[in-house]
Design a protein around this ligand. Structure first.
Ligand SMILES: *Cc1c(COP(=O)(O)O)cnc(C)c1O
Length: 388
């Protein structure tokens, strides 16, 4: 981590970031106007060619969305940030905005299934090829980079759904291609990829940042020059962030620190208890001593987060488990107040064939859990009841 130490603590910055002079209003107002009038012909002409104007036309920018962008930039220790319509919009803005036909990408094999699908499908169709590697193994990313040909290196850490960790110092040390980290599982309070020399950090703000399962939004943070270039593509790509979602995301950000702290503590406690349960063969969570990169978790993550996954000894018990759960819900998202479970092999990773799933360690017995804000003993009672 860099020495950034005149800055207030993250918990404080999550409260103060993205404030604007709003005539005394404590919250950022939601600007719904799709278009702004110009005071003169010269102002109209200037707006049309401005980079990231907030008061010209909604696809180009919006003051509510702009406030969220400044908050994200501050929390990620970035010069600037861009908000777009979803996490996938953030990813496709990076891939399609920075790569051309003939370019090569190195990506982690352990990623959100949509990321893998974008790279293996539309990107490949457009002549952008990807080499998938096991980025949790030291040196694999750098070894796959082809000088002069590789334009992007994309990793997700902690990864979905096995909570694998990639060494951010290793990603940051790669020179040549732009390096991109999907930091969704960590949230901006769990790790800071840019401090490790990574070029671009992205989040599905749909998850922990907004944090209430009522928003679809993506964010990117980087140097201003990169953000401006990504913005130039995003306004043509058109996956615009809505001001309503930006407002809710800013509100979510205000409580991110306490939510993240509580979710991290509950997830670790449940992970420990699950590890000792006879119906479970293994538990994946970076806070467990049994995690293969537990050492890295201790230095790279400020908190180990609310996600865990576990293997059922008997995968055939999953449907019955879903029926027995009373408090925990079966749903595929994460980072919200409700504790959710899902079976990745039949939901998030259903589009892969079973060999491809096996290659990345996704068995039928694997269950992912996003720990919410309920009391730990209520969650545990629900889990052991359903596992019985
Ligand atoms: C959900 C998710 C995405 C995609 O985000 P959307 O907001 O659903 O488009 C990308 N990466 C990770 C790690 C995710 O969890």
């Amino acid at each position: 981590m860099t020495a950034a130490d005149d800055r207030p603590a993250d918990a404080t910055r999550a409260i103060t970031a993205g404030r604007r002079a709003n005539e005394g209003a404590l919250t950022v107002p939601m600007w719904t106007s799709a278009v702004w009038e110009s005071e003169s012909a010269a102002a109209a002409a200037a707006g049309a060619t401005a980079i990231r104007p907030e008061r010209f036309y909604a696809r180009h920018g919006n003051p509510t969305v702009g406030a969220l962008c400044s908050a994200i930039a501050e929390l990620e220790h970035a010069e600037d940030a861009l908000a777009v319509g979803s996490g996938m919009a953030a990813l496709s803005t990076v891939v399609l905005g920075l790569c051309s036909a003939g370019d090569h990408i190195v990506a982690s094999r352990h990623c959100y299934a949509g990321t893998t699908a974008l790279l293996a499908g539309p990107a490949r169709r457009l002549g952008i090829t990807t080499t998938f590697v096991d980025a949790t193994r030291p040196g694999e990313l750098a070894a796959a980079v082809r000088p002069g040909e590789t334009t992007l290196v994309i990793v997700e850490t902690p990864s979905n759904p096995l909570l694998g960790l990639v060494d951010l110092d290793e990603v940051g040390a790669i020179t040549g291609p732009f390096t991109v980290v999907d930091s969704t599982f960590a949230t901006p309070l769990g790790q800071r990829p840019l401090d490790h020399g990574v070029d671009i950090v992205m989040h599905s703000a749909t998850k922990g940042i907004a944090g209430h399962n009522d928003v679809t939004l993506g964010v990117l943070a980087a140097e201003r020059e990169i953000i401006d270039a990504l913005w130039g593509f995003s306004i043509l790509h058109g996956a615009v962030a809505s001001p309503f979602d930006a407002m809710l995301t800013l509100r979510g950000l205000r409580t991110l620190d306490v939510r993240h702290e509580r979710q991290s503590a509950t997830a670790l406690e449940l992970a420990r208890r699950l590890e000792a349960h006879p119906a479970i063969t293994s538990v994946h969570h970076p806070g467990l001593e049994s995690h293969p990169r537990h050492d890295l978790a201790r230095t790279q993550l400020t908190r180990t987060g609310g996600l865990l996954s576990f293997e059922l000894a008997d995968p055939a018990r999953w449907p019955g488990m879903v029926e027995s759960l009373r408090l925990i819900r079966c749903a595929t998202s994460l980072g919200g107040p409700e504790t959710l479970v899902c079976q990745p092999s039949t939901t998030t990773h259903a589009a892969l064939d079973s060999d491809d799933r096996a290659a990345i360690g996704i068995t039928d017995g694997l269950i992912r859990m996003s720990v919410g804000l309920e009391a730990v003993d209520d969650l545990w009672a629900d889990l052991i009841g359903a596992l019985a």
